[in-house]
Design a protein around this ligand. Sequence first.
Ligand code: ADP
Length: 340
Amino acid sequence: MIELKQLTKEYGKGNRVTTALTGLDLSVAKGDIFGVIGHSGAGKSTLIRCINLLERPTSGEVWVNGVNLTSLRTKQLQAERRKIGMIYQHFNLLSSATVYDNIAFPLRLVHTSNSDIETKVNDLLTLVGLEDHRDKYPAQLSGGQKQRVGIARALASDPEVLLCDEATSALDPQTTNSILKLLLDINKRFNLTIVLITHEMHVIQSICDRVAVIHQGGIVEQGTVSDVFLKPQHPITRDFTRGDLDHSELLKQAVNMSSIHPLTSQVVKITFLGGKTYESILSRTVRDTGVDFAILQGTISTLKDTPYGQLIVRFEGESDDISRTIDKLVSQGLDVEVIG
Ligand code: ADP
């Protein structure tokens, strides 16, 4: 659906050039919710603004739905851009226009009849839950309501792609969740491809199917959210996932304790995904192998709709029994990483 090929973006000239994107390749499938996560200055905004050519790349190609946008003339580009909606961190609403008129704005630009606008805007107001606010001005709305107007306006042109530029960064956690739920709902309802940029792992974890981690203008890691989130490879990715389980302190603690333990001990990270999260696999296995365990840290949460659990445990017992325990866990579909 979206292909970015060798995308480079440089700002400035001569010896004052800042390279924001460094020959970046990215591919987003139709119907996916694709997240790009990175620290401030990593190139996220530049990347998302290049997808609809709000920002023209210095070199490389942007393909959306089989069309090379970078090769188009202004008029054709305007037509293609209408198929790409966008929402913003600070909403970008017209402050002197009502909710209704803000949503109607893109339809008026293409001379849609008043009766068609009325039908469309009313449908969108219902979709985003703002039926009772149609005649209000942005200043009379909460942040979450303003973003709902932004979403309705972006959907008015029936886009195939929705770009979300830090769309929840200015919102409190509860409102963030309600906006993420709305994005998930419209993704499912319209099979709308969504690309979002964020610096918050929580956003990725809540609604994304796939994620790319951007650092210094390049993608350092990408894949399904469960692969990237549960088995982060790159140090930057680990930075983002650290909040969940932080090994370093635990490892020190575990190694210290293992030196005073008479039997062998081994610290492992066990990952459960999907239905296995709620099964009693661990207790059944250790009962069978005669190994003891201490839980050093654990979490159970969800990745989009999929439950997952991660435990860091210290196994204690004969080393053969510990190896057997790990093999049995792996054979039952758990991921086990020996970390100490
Ligand atoms: P992010 O969205 O991840 O914070 P940006 O895409 O905004 O990153 O910025 C990437 C790099 O490009 C940064 O070094 C930033 O200072 C630079 N940059 C972004 N926009 C401009 C601009 N209009 N002019 C000059 N440099 C810019």
